[in-house]
Design a protein around this ligand. Sequence first.
Ligand SMILES: [Zn+2]
Length: 158
Amino acid sequence: MIKITRFDEQIPTLLPVTHTLLKSANLTVHNKVTQITLHGSRGLAGCYHPDSDIDLSLIVDTENCTRMPELESLLQSVLKTTTKNWQSDIKLDLAVIFDVRGCGLKCFDQMAFDPQSCPHGGVECFGLYKRGNGFNGMVESAGVKVKLMYPCISIWKR
Ligand SMILES: [Zn+2]
């Protein structure tokens, strides 16, 4: 487990309120998490309300674990690690993301979507695992597009 105490250097200036929230919420990740990205209203969209939840994606290294059911159990444990350590009244909306076609998910490093940055144009190149808000576990690759994850900002990288 890794407790996140330091965020990307641009976060305190760009998103001061979200930064304070993140620092006080005991954000903790599974050892296989390589990067955390922030989406939606508490990220660059900047249109949050006092009770808005916070949308985070955990990017996970699944390189040595691509077969079911081992993969699903890893993703489940990644989700659980962060959820059970979260200490804030602000609700956490969490997605677990992993590379399925070897593009390295570099698009999640960018603040604006650029289809050129991915050999697959950012379409169906990542797997999504999520619970709540109508999601229950693994989301099939069909229809999964990096573009829909924007605005996106990387807040932590291993
Ligand atoms: Zn990609």
